[in-house]
Structure formats: structure tokens, C-alpha cells
Design a protein around this ligand. Structure first.
Ligand code: ATP
Ligand code: MG
Length: 590
């Protein structure tokens, strides 16, 4: 098909949108593909919509090929099913809630596990009906705390969500694997450089879960990988705990005065100058105790102390992910006032007399969770719960016991992979898709049972799988745009070819039209810049708009030539008019 730029509803913009932090956002807006309506809410203009539809088509084809059946569910949903699974509350501020005219609570679906589960329950009742995979490509709503980067993180966005229903665990494994394989094909076809990483299940609950991340320096997700093939979202990294030691080998506890030393480095310096040991003291020997307030979705709060090696910090994202849907914030001055036993800078699991202050059987009763490296038999320097005092030789299992493990310390470049596959490297990525084994949580909550082959009622096991379709458009733009504009791969470009008719001569416009007609007959989509504008404007717009093949019909025409450009590589060649179609087809079929 052929489109004329003089007719197309598009305006390229000279300036970056003020809120543009990343190239994809800047160029999608400047090239007139999308237009902001409100924070995180965008309109798709003709060029953008074409790309979105092409991504959708690829996703749809691969979902159908793996046996999924397409449906379309409403975005506007009643409260009750989400109440039954607790997500009306658990989703917190991210959920768009509203009331209908009768005062009934409604919501705009952030994801659709409940409604799919109920619909299958309505219609199916036997193991013979399974396995089943249903999918939709549909608009989702989430009132994101930080909508960002255009359609990369919207409050309204397009997702492909699918749900698998199986009679047993083996069936779920097979459905999960079939989705994983389909996702590999989808993201290969989108031409993205991506990794598959172990993920946290988050608010979804469930067990096995992996994310597909586009490798992108501007991505919001941090992931790690090792030379031996370990790959995980940083939220999902589980540190390998060292073997426990015998507490008998640990030194006695000793109280030391540490006036004014309320930071790890101050304690280390002070010990090295006043209590030098055989080896110099280091931050890694300190036990750092940080106070947090956990707020649960129902509004109740709970203090929490996190103990970790003094040379580590808490990673905010790992902490957030570990407590989702509850939220966690560092203690404020007010919180400390409410817990006078906790002395800022001097918090520790025991007091100067050796009495347990935190953890199991302690006097405070405050929950105390420990980094996996704080294993039994290890001894630490830590606060004495008295201002200006620390205790050395405080030994796990002998002097105190924590209330469990919390693995939320920062992960660093060079840390060993938990599976022994070498040093970890940290990289950034954009989450394109997520596959989860939900298990029976939703089916149980909503009563989805079928008769098995023995006539016994059994709860169905489910999987849930998402692809960020609108986000994928931005992810591809992020990966392919350059300092001049967008630059689409052939499979996703709104038009494969853009012809620039430059000059005032009528023959230029006639030749551009003729060429467009011929290319279109060969099955290519062609955009013709037929505007009355200067060559400079047309060249610049051609680069911003990002069609993969640009043909310049202009000055050379007098000598019987046109120029064919490869937008991605910048390669140009002057070809005879008669050769132009062949030259373009060669690029288009490359
Ligand atoms: P994120 O961690 O980025 O917030 P999520 O884990 O909440 O995403 P899922 O619930 O797994 O996302 O949703 C499935 C897919 O939908 C994600 O993999 C992502 O590609 C896409 N997606 C999620 N939230 C948004 C959003 N606000 N805007 C655009 N796409 C999104
Ligand atoms: Mg996710």
C-alpha cells in the first residue's frame, strides 16, 4: 500500500518532550507515533498504531501456533472476584477502583487471573476439557507510582495475557514450557537482544517464574548473569549461604566503648586505633542492623530489623520485592521514638549484659531477620543497644538467633553466582514478558475444580503469562533508534520504504509516484514524502520517522538515477532509475 506524507496524520517535532528521559520516548513522540494525554496515558497515532498492530500480529500468531485460543475480556470488572483472591486489597494504590451509578465497586483490570478462572469454572467440569490455554491482547490499567518513559511504563497499556489450565503438575510444566518456547519465538521475531532470567513471583504468588528482559542500559530492571549460565532478576537472586561453623570456636563477647561511632566505618576506625587485633578490623566483620517499618495492605504496621554484613547495604528493590504486596520504609525519627529500646547507630541482637534484645526469645519481641551470610557460628561486632557501645564476638546460635533469613542485601559485580557458575555481572533490562506457574492458588480461591479420570473432584492448576505489547514497541525503539531518530526493523516498520521527492520539478513527484506504485505491486508498503518542503526538511524527517529503506528521488533524476539508503547502516547507493526497484527489493528481502 501507498501513503502520502501530505495526507498522513503526523507532525514531527523539533524539540524533545520535557519529560523524555530515554531515546524511545523522545523519538516516538517527536516522530508523531504517540501523543501524551496524561501521565502514563498515550494516544497511538497512525504510524505508532501500525507498529503496535505488527507486534500484536506476531504475538497472536505465535500464541495461536502454540495452541492458545484468543478471547477478549472486559477491562471494567466487578470487585467480588478480586475480593475472593484478596487482590482488591493486595493491589494497593496500583489498582484503579471506581463505583458504578448504583454504588457498586468496580475496577479496571490490571491483569485477569480471576475472570479467566471463573469463566473456565462456569463452562468446564472434566479432566477431558483440559489442558486449556486462553489468551487475549487487551488494555490493562495500573495506577503506577512512577509512570515513565512514554509507553514503556504506562498507566494504560496493551498486554497479551494468557492463562493455562491443567489437571496436574506435569500438565502445568508442559503448558509453561510451551509458553516459554512461544515467547522465544516472539522475541526472536521482534529482533530484540533479550535474556531469560529467574524471577520473583511477586503479588501473583505461585512458584516457578521467569522473565524475558530486553538488554537495555535504560531499563528499570537489574539482572545478573554469570559465565556459566546463571541468570536472574536481581530481585530473585538467592545468595548461597555458607556452611555453619561451630560456636565453640567463636571468641567471648566483649563490650567496647565506641564513643560517637554510630556508622560502620567509624566503628571500624575506632576499633583499629583502640583495640587492634591480629588482623585489621574491616566492615565485613560488623553486623549492621537497620530498622524498617512494614505496612501491610490492610494498613497494619510492624517494625522489622534487618541484620546484614557491614560491608553490604539493603537493596531497595530486593526489599520491596520480598515484601510485596506490603510496603517497607526505613524507620523515621518518629518510629524510633516509639521504640526507645532501639538506639540509632547502636542497634544489636544482644545488650551489654548478653541478654538477647532481638530475635528468638528476646526482650523486645521485634522481628529480626538476617542476611543468609549471618549463619550459625559466625561472630560479629555489633551495637550494644547502648549509645556509644558495641559488642565484639557476638555469635549466631550461641548469643542470639534470628527470626529467619531475609535475602535483600545488594548484589554486586563479581559476587559469586549462587550455583557456583562464576562471578556475577550486573546489567540492566526492560521486562518484556513474564511467565508464572501459579499453581492452585486462584483455582482454590475461586473454586475451580474438575472431575479427574476416577470421578474425583480435583483443583485445577494454572499458569499465567504476560507480554507487554505496547512496551515492546518502546523496547524495540529503544534498541534500534539512533541520534537521528527511529529506525525500525523491516518486520515492524509502519512502511518498509519511504520515498523522498526532493526538488520542485514535477517529474520528481511523478517518478516518486511511479516508483511507489511499482514497489507496492511487489508487496511493499511505501510512504511518499510528497510535501512542498525543502530537501533538508525531508531528509531530516525521513531519518526521524525511521522507515528502514529510504529512496531519494531528486537531483539525480536528470541523469537518470535515484539514491537508495539503508536507514540502519547509513549505506547509500546511486542506482539507475530502471534498477531502483531491484535495489529496494534486495534491501527489503535481506
Ligand atoms: P513491572 O515489574 O515492569 O512493573 P510487572 O511485573 O508488574 O512489570 P506483569 O504483571 O508480569 O508485570 O505483566 C506482564 C507484562 O506486562 C510485563 O512483563 C511487562 O512487559 C508488561 N507491563 C507491566 N506493567 C506495565 C506498564 N505499566 N506499562 C507497560 N507494560 C507493562
Ligand atoms: Mg513481572
Amino acid at each position: 500500500m501507498i501513503e502520502k506524507l501530505s495526507h498522513l496524520f503526523v507532525r514531527t517535532l523539533r524539540d524533545d518532550p520535557v519529560d523524555a528521559e530515554v531515546p524511545s520516548h523522545r523519538w516516538l513522540v517527536r516522530a508523531g507515533y504517540i501523543r501524551r494525554v496524561a501521565p502514563g496515558i498515550y494516544s497511538w497515532l497512525p504510524l505508532g498504531l501500525k507498529v503496535l498492530h505488527k507486534v500484536e500480529a506476531i504475538v497472536r500468531e505465535e500464541m495461536l501456533a502454540m495452541g492458545g485460543q484468543e478471547v477478549h475480556f472486559p477491562a471494567l470488572l466487578p470487585r467480588e472476584p478480586y475480593e475472593a483472591t484478596n487482590r482488591w486489597t493486595d493491589y494497593g494504590a496500583n489498582l484503579f477502583r471506581l463505583k458504578d451509578r448504583r454504588g457498586n465497586d468496580m475496577l479496571l483490570g490490571p491483569t485477569h487471573e480471576e475472570i479467566f478462572t471463573l469463566t473456565v469454572k462456569d463452562l468446564y467440569n472434566s479432566y477431558k476439557d483440559l489442558p486449556l490455554t486462553l489468551f487475549q491482547i487487551q488494555t490493562k490499567y495500573r495506577d503506577e507510582a512512577r509512570p515513565r518513559a512514554g509507553v514503556l511504563r504506562g498507566r494504560e497499556f496493551v498486554m497479551k495475557d494468557s492463562y493455562s489450565f491443567d489437571i496436574d503438575d506435569a500438565g502445568l510444566d508442559a503448558s509453561y514450557q510451551a509458553h516459554r518456547d512461544a515467547y522465544v519465538r516472539i522475541f526472536d521475531r521482534l529482533g530484540l537482544d533479550y535474556v531469560i532470567v529467574a524471577a520473583m513471583a511477586g503479588a501473583m504468588g505461585g512458584s516457578a517464574s521467569e522473565e524475558f528482559l530486553a538488554v537495555a542500559p535504560n531499563g528499570e530492571d537489574t539482572f545478573v548473569r554469570s559465565p556459566g549460565g546463571y541468570a536472574a532478576n536481581v530481585e530473585a537472586v538467592r545468595i548461597a549461604a555458607p556452611d555453619p561453623l561451630s560456636p565453640d570456636d567463636a571468641p567471648e563477647m566483649r563490650v567496647v566503648d565506641t564513643p560517637g561511632a554510630s556508622s560502620i566505618s567509624a566503628v571500624v576506625d575506632l576499633l583499629n586505633s583502640s583495640h587492634p587485633g591480629a588482623e585489621p578490623w574491616s566492615a565485613g566483620q560488623m553486623l549492621k542492623n537497620l530498622a524498617f517499618l512494614v505496612t501491610h495492605p490492610d494498613g497494619t504496621t510492624e517494625p522489622l530489623i534487618v541484620g546484614l554484613p557491614g560491608d553490604r547495604d539493603v537493596d531497595a528493590k530486593r526489599l520491596e520485592a520480598a515484601f510485596e504486596p506490603s510496603t517497607v520504609a526505613p524507620f523515621t525519627a518518629e518510629d524510633f521514638e516509639k521504640h526507645p529500646a532501639l538506639k540509632v547507630g547502636f542497634i544489636g541482637p544482644v545488650d551489654a549484659s548478653g541478654q538477647a534484645v532481638l530475635g528468638e526469645d528476646s526482650i523486645s519481641g521485634i522481628r529480626y531477620v538476617l542476611d543468609p551470610r549471618i549463619v550459625e557460628g559466625t561472630h560479629w561486632v555489633t551495637g550494644a543497644n547502648v549509645v556509644d557501645q558495641h559488642v565484639t564476638g557476638v555469635t549466631v546460635g550461641r548469643d542470639f538467633t534470628g527470626d529467619g533469613v531475609l535475602d535483600v542485601a545488594d548484589v554486586r559485580d563479581g559476587d559469586p553466582a549462587p550455583d557456583g557458575s562464576g562471578p556475577l555481572q550486573l546489567e540492566r533490562g526492560i521486562e518484556l514478558g513474564h511467565i508464572f506457574q501459579l499453581g492452585r492458588r486462584y483455582a482454590e480461591a475461586l473454586g475451580l475444580k474438575v472431575l479427574d479420570s476416577n470421578g474425583k473432584l480435583v483443583t485445577v492448576t494454572m499458569g499465567s503469562y504476560g507480554v507487554g505489547v505496547s512496551r515492546a514497541v518502546a523496547a524495540v525503539a529503544e534498541a534500534t533508534s539512533d541520534d537521528k531518530g527511529l529506525c525500525w526493523p523491516l518486520e515492524l516498520a509502519p512502511y518498509q520504504v519511504q520515498i523522498l521527492a526532493t526538488g520542485k520539478d514535477a517529474t520528481v513527484f511523478e517518478e516518486a509516484d511511479r516508483l511507489a506504485g511499482e514497489l507496492s505491486e511487489h508487496g511493499l508498503d511505501v510512504l511518499v514524502d510528497d510535501r512542498k518542503a525543502s530537501p533538508g526538511v525531508k531528509f531530516a524527517d525521513g531519518e526521524i520517522l525511521g522507515m528502514p529503506i529510504i529512496v531519494v528521488v531528486g537531483r539525480g533524476l536528470a541523469e537518470g538515477t535515484v539514491e537508495v539508503r539503508n536507514r540502519a547502516t547509513g549505506e547509500r547507493s546511486e542506482v539507475a532509475v530502471a534498477e531502483a526497484v531491484t535495489a529496494v527489493l534486495e534491501l527489503a528481502r535481506a
